[in-house]
Design a protein around this ligand. Structure first.
Ligand code: PRX
Length: 646
């Protein structure tokens, strides 16, 4: 029972109960689901898996040899078949699978039958290029229907896809292609951004020049930008699709065959290839999508995440399509041509389920209600949040101005590694508190533990861990199982360490507080401090660099860099600009530091460790904590002077 206080509470302290008419129709109405799933999590997940189509049933639900898991052992399945073919038998065949609107306002609707045709044709294109089961294909694309077609075509033939977010630089792309050793890269000429065509193919050309594995590049014509084509290597998507036959037998995949690899930042400079397999992943994303978003046949569901991130994989493509959803796919920015573009899309297509990130909500708050009030948002019936902690003010604004106090908000905590949502309310039964992702999903065991791995008492703060295996857990780091074991399973015995800190309140609710490792969360995107540091020290002017995440009003966190320069180099505004562009070129625009502070020395302990806590205090303008362990206390004074001079 929730700890209800009798006192008058401020809105952010109040508990928001599901409204009765919503609860009465909700997919999950029985709160017993938590206990039932908790009593036998394997049985719970097996029931969820039954809702998919299997070519062969599994022999065993879970084989757990910590930290390596196999789910639905012996089961045979195909993710593409589940996302398309099984919807073709009845009337759903003619249901819109994807409603696309591009930035310039172009529209395209693909029914499930259309999707079948396009996907099987592209699967035949890939097969024709010699791609077979197990060959990773890299996809570097804008938010256009062909990206979904390419993903599902890979899944159909058993080729793991590796999506690289279109905002990543050519160097980041090169490293990811090389790690996956892809033979084929799928891309587009460009992407529309605020009326301009931003080139993508050029980045691919630069990257592929240093990728010996790549034999073919398939290019979708999106913006019509002038594009160099290598006669031996490059082909236009529309040309190869013209010749391709439709219809392609789905590869019979083992439940544990790889569905995709997705690279994410960690605490070292090298991004990790997170490996997700087929049966368990699909089970968990379909189940959580149905339950958290209370999916109904007639819903129009819109997830604004880019398909290049895990949210796009799980809740734009696999979860929704496995459930036969009508998915809105939108290419543009929220403020082009005007700041009501998102609300215009909702009004126009009568979107009913809307899933976005706190960073976007804060931006909308800043723009003000004049934009939200211009549009009819009455089709909405549920709102979601993902990517970073949502501050109560943003939650309340979302609730009032977008949800009109009538839509439950599901704040969903999860990670690239977890594959599916781990902590979130079930909208028909779980009371919510602004800023808390509430409680673990049924069948998922999450806890907050102290330094020793002991669960903290209610009211305590500690590290967020997952205590039992779950079907969509990452299986390994691509080609590096040791790194998998070390990164996730060595901090606490027998538990998966998330890298996040959290508080467990008096009611047992979980309040995720953000990363406790060297990962920065900028606008819901993960950036490793080590990646930015190594980019900075590769610049000839830089001797040493330390990077931290500091609080940022809109982005949640911003990248703040501290550098020392090589002998004879003088600090100048041009150099700061140059260093920022250098980082953007090495990694991508999202990693560009907000500011770079030049120091003659970085604050270090006597043993030579950079004191990041101090740098964070400096960057956030806080009173400095203990500086007595510094090797040279005068360093701090100089840094503070630098900061105030900015
Ligand atoms: O710090 C947590 C934060 O995002 C991290 C995972 O980032 P990524 O793998 O890129 O996946 C993002 C989308 C699932 C987490 O370790 N995070 C994500 N969702 C939330 C969150 N923090 C608080 N509340 C959330 N709802």
């Amino acid at each position: 029972m929730l700890n209800q206080k009798i006192l008058q509470l401020a809105p952010e302290e109040q508990i928001y109960h599901p409204n009765l008419s919503f609860s009465a129709r909700a997919n999950v109405r029985d709160a017993q689901i938590y206990e039932r799933a908790g009593a036998n999590f394997e049985e719970f997940w097996a029931e969820e898996a039954q809702k998919l189509h299997w070519f062969r049933p599994w022999d065993k639900v879970l084989e757990w040899q910590s930290p390596f898991a196999q789910w639905f052992v012996g089961g045979k399945i195909n993710a593409c078949y589940n996302c398309i073919d099984r919807h073709l038998e009845g009337w759903r065949r003619n249901k819109a699978a994807i409603i696309f609107e591009g930035e310039p306002g172009d529209q395209l609707v693909l029914t499930y039958q259309d999707l079948y045709r396009e996907v099987t044709k592209f699967a035949n294109v890939l097969l024709g290029m010699g791609i077979t089961k197990g060959d990773p294909v890299t996809i570097y694309m804008p938010m256009i229907p062909q990206v979904v077609i390419a993903m599902l075509a890979c899944a159909r033939i058993g080729a793991p896809h590796s999506l690289v977010f279109g905002g990543f630089s050519s160097e980041a792309l090169r490293d990811r292609i090389n790690d996956a050793e892809s033979k084929v890269v799928v891309t587009a000429d460009g992407v529309w951004r605020r009326g301009k065509s931003i080139p993508l193919k050029q980045n691919v050309d630069t990257a592929v020049a240093e990728c010996p594995s790549v034999q073919k590049v398939v290019v979708v014509q999106r913006t019509g930008a002038e594009t160099q084509m290598d006669a031996d290597r490059d082909v236009w998507y529309h040309d190869v699709m013209k010749a391709a036959p439709s219809g392609c037998k789905p590869e019979i995949m083992d439940a544990e065959d790889i569905l995709f690899i997705l690279y994410t930042s960690g605490t070292t400079g090298r991004p990790k290839g997170i490996v997700h397999t087929t049966g368990g992943y699909l089970t968990a994303v379909a189940s959580t999508h149905r339950n958290i978003f209370d999916l109904k046949e007639e819903d129009v569901y819109w997830c604004t995440a880019d398909v290049g991130w895990i949210t796009g994989h799980s809740y734009l493509v696999y979860g929704p399509l496995a459930n036969g959803t009508t998915v809105m796919l939108f290419e543009g920015a929220p403020d082009y041509p005007e700041r009501d573009r998102f609300w215009e899309v909702i009004e126009k297509y009568k979107v009913s389920l809307f899933y976005t990130a706190p960073t976007a909500i804060r931006l909308f708050m800043k723009w003000g209600e004049e934009w939200t009030n211009k549009r009819d948002l009455s089709s909405l019936r549920l709102l979601g949040s993902v990517g970073e902690p949502i501050n109560p003010e943003a939650w309340l604004w979302y609730h009032k101005n977008i949800g009109k106090e009538n839509c439950p908000i599901v704040d969903t905590w999860w990670q690239t590694e977890t594959g599916s949502v781990m902590v979130a309310p079930l909208p028909g039964i779980t009371p919510t508190k602004p800023g808390s992702a509430t409680m673990p999903m049924p069948g998922v065991s999450v806890d907050v533990v102290d330094e020793m791995g002991e669960p903290v008492e209610r009211g305590g703060t500690g590290y967020l861990v997952i205590t039992k295996p779950w079907p969509s857990m990452l299986r390994t780091v691509y080609k590096d199982p040791q790194r998998y074991a070390d990164t996730y399973w060595s901090r606490f015995e027998g538990m998966y360490f998330t890298g996040d800190g959290a508080r467990k309140d008096e009611d047992g609710y979980i309040w995720v507080q953000g990363r406790v490792d060297d990962v920065i969360n900028v606008s819901g995107h993960r950036i490793g401090t080590a990646e930015v540091e190594s980019a900075l020290v590769e610049h000839p002017a830089v001797a040493e660099a330390a990077v931290i995440g500091r609080k940022h009003e809109l982005k949640g966190q911003a990248v703040s860099a501290f550098v020392t320069l090589r002998e004879g180099i003088a600090w100048a505004p041009e150099l700061e600009k140059d260093l920022k562009s250098h980082v953007a070129k090495k990694i991508g625009g999202l990693a560009r530091p907000e500011e770079i502070i030049c120091a003659w020395e970085l604050p270090k302990t006597r043993s030579g460790k950079i004191m990041r806590r101090l740098l964070r205090d400096i960057a956030e303008g806080r009173v400095l904590g203990d500086t007595s362990t510094l090797a040279d206390p005068t360093v701090v004074k100089q840094l503070l002077n630098q900061k105030t001079a900015l």
